[in-house]
Design a protein around this ligand. Sequence first.
Ligand code: ADP
Length: 258
Amino acid sequence: SQSALQQAQKMEAIGQLTGGVAHDFNNVLQIIGGNLQLLRMVGGLSDAGRSRVEMALAGVERGAKLASHLLAFARRQPLQSIVIDPGHLLRELDDMARRLLDANTFVRSEIAADLGSTVIDPNQLNNVLLNLVINARDAMPGGGTLTIRATNVGPGDARPVEVASDDFVMIEIADTGKGMPPNVMARAFEPFFTTKPTGQGTGLGLSMAYGFVKQSGGEIVLRSEAGKGTSVCIYLPRSSAAPQVASEHPYHLPLAGG
Ligand code: ADP
């Protein structure tokens, strides 16, 4: 098995490679998409021609989404970070989780009242957390317990070795599902690594989460045991600034897809 250093170096190398490819790939898509849009505007196309243009544009859109997921992994995603109190976002996530999960899954929320604030892109954070909830759901086909936990951790409190910051907000999404054997855990953060059937998993959820959290100055820690369950903890540095008023910065909740 690999050391933490080897693991970090591997992720760094994959990030460099995918970041470069995704960036160039995205530029090519922009050229194709721009020209297709011009073609759509100039008119004079037959019905069949127009439908071909629409199909091609839909393909460009799918490609652009893929590129943006890879850029998130490579920590090159443009972020719109603001100071937020994550509690607000987590209570909305709790609502969303209850709607996503079957009746046989119990949702337990332990969100501390005074989490403080953190500097983060709320839309991206929400997307990442939603992906974690979907992974938890997929891991518990027969039901179980989903836990959404958020606490405030200070200098004296225990934290995993990875977490250097003194003050942070810890957000945990945990399930009592099938868990991961060691060989899956070792590769779980890699882009395109999936054990789900074709068409059901893209293998990009955890890799996006990894890149986004790192880019935001935080750490992500994965614990899992086959047959028992999985816990993903996100540690975000706490900010001393007051959170911006939520209503001044409304963010919508995008429905996650791979
Ligand atoms: P995807 O969900 O599309 O497969 P992810 O990057 O989110 O992509 O996850 C990669 C793999 O890690 C999954 O295919 C699964 O094998 C494993 N995994 C992720 N989350 C969990 C979980 N909560 N419980 C068990 N296995 C998980």
